[in-house]
Design a binder for this molecule. Structure first.
Ligand SMILES: Nc1ncnc2c1ncn2[C@@H]1O[C@H](COP(=O)(O)OP(=O)(O)OP(=O)(O)O)[C@@H](O)[C@H]1O
Ligand SMILES: [Mg+2]
Length: 283
C-alpha cells in the first residue's frame, strides 16, 4: 500500500525523482533492425516530450561510433563519451544541459573507432555508470545504433523496455522481426514495444504493426505491444535541417502529437512495470 502511494506520488508530482523506480528501471532504449528509420529523431522528440510532461530526462547517445544526437540538435559538445572512455572524466561530468528542450544530454563522438570497438569490460563499466546516473532522473532514453551488435544488446538488456522502431517498408519490417528474434535468442530483454514510424496513415501504421505481431506470435511466441505510431510528416525533415527539435519548431504537427502520445504511454507503462516489480519485492 505504501509502495502504491509512493508510486502514485511519483506519477502525479512534477518534481519526481528516479529513485521511485527500482534501480535501472527507468531506462528506455530506442532500437531498430534497419538503419535510417528515425531512431535519433524519435529519441530526441521522445525525450523532449517527456521533459514537457515535467519529467527530468537524460538522453544518452548510445550509437557510440556514429553518434548524431548532437548533430540533429546543432550542438557542439565540449565533453563527450570519448572523455569517459579515455578515463579523463566520469560519466556524470559529461552530462550537458540542453536548455531549449529542458533536458540533459550525453553526447557520443562520431567517427571514433575506439568507441565503436570498446572492449566488453569497458562497455560494461559504461553501462554500470549509466545505471547509477539514472537514479538522478525520472527517465533515461538511450538512442542506439541499428542492428543487434554487442553494444545494442548490452544497452537494450539494461533498459526496462526497448522501443523498436520500424517503418512500413518490407525490409524494415523484416529487420525488426530479426531484431526481436535474435534479441530473444541472445537472452536480451523480452520487453520490446513497437513504434511504427513514417506511417502514411494510422490504418497503414496499424497494418504494419499487425504484420509484425503475427510473425512474432506464429514463429517466436512473443506478442510485442504497439507503443504507438508516428505519421510521415514533412515537418520532420524541415526541423532536422534546421537542427531544432520538432516540439520546439512545429509542436502542433501530426508527428509531434503522435510522439507526445507515445511519451505518455511509455511513461505510464514504465511506472506500471516498476510498480509490479516493487510489489513483487524485487525493487
Ligand atoms: N515521421 C517522419 N516523417 C518524415 N520523415 C522522417 C520521420 N522520421 C524520420 N524521418 C526522416 O528519416 C531520416 C532518418 O532519421 P534518423 O537519423 O533519426 O534515423 P536513425 O534511425 O537514427 O538512423 P541511423 O540508423 O543512421 O542512426 C531523417 O533525416 C528524417 O528526414
Ligand atoms: Mg541515429
Amino acid at each position: 500500500m505504501a509502495t502504491d502511494t509512493k508510486i502514485a506520488q511519483s506519477i502525479s508530482s512534477t518534481d519526481t525523482s528516479g529513485s521511485s523506480f527500482p534501480r535501472g528501471k527507468n531506462i528506455l532504449a530506442v532500437a531498430s533492425g534497419k538503419g535510417g528509420v528515425g531512431k535519433t529523431f524519435f529519441s530526441i522528440s521522445l525525450t523532449h516530450a517527456l521533459s514537457r510532461m515535467g519529467k527530468k530526462v537524460l538522453l544518452f547517445d548510445g550509437d557510440l561510433g556514429l553518434a548524431n544526437v548532437d548533430v540533429q540538435l546543432g550542438l557542439m559538445p565540449k565533453r563527450d563519451l570519448n572523455d569517459v572512455i579515455r578515463g579523463r572524466l566520469s560519466l556524470d561530468k559529461v552530462v550537458q544541459r540542453y536548455e531549449d528542450g529542458g533536458f540533459d544530454i550525453i553526447a557520443g563522438r562520431s567517427g571514433q573507432a575506439s568507441l565503436s570497438a570498446l572492449p566488453s569490460q569497458r562497455l560494461a563499466m559504461l553501462r554500470d555508470q549509466l545505471i547509477e546516473l539514472a537514479d538522478d532522473y525520472d527517465v533515461v532514453i538511450i538512442d542506439l545504433g541499428a542492428g543487434v551488435d554487442r553494444t545494442v544488446r548490452m544497452f537494450s538488456a539494461c533498459a526496462t523496455r526497448t522501443l523498436l522502431v520500424s517503418t512500413d517498408e518490407p525490409t524494415s519490417l523484416t529487420d525488426a522481426y530479426a531484431f526481436i528474434k535474435l534479441g530473444s535468442a541472445a537472452g536480451m530483454s523480452k520487453n520490446v514495444s513497437v513504434v511504427v514510424n513514417m506511417a502514411s496513415s494510422k490504418t497503414e501504421g496499424e497494418k504494419t504493426y499487425k504484420t509484425l505481431l503475427k510473425a512474432c506470435e506464429n514463429f517466436l511466441r512473443l506478442s510485442p505491444p504497439l507503443a504507438g505510431m508516428v505519421r510521415q510528416d514533412p515537418k520532420v525533415k524541415e526541423t532536422i535541417r534546421h537542427q531544432t527539435p520538432l516540439l520546439t519548431r512545429s509542436p502542433n504537427c501530426d508527428a509531434a502529437g503522435d510522439i507526445e502520445k507515445i511519451a505518455q504511454y511509455a511513461y505510464k507503462e514504465m511506472v506500471e512495470e516498476a510498480k509490479s516489480l516493487l510489489k513483487a519485492g524485487r525493487g
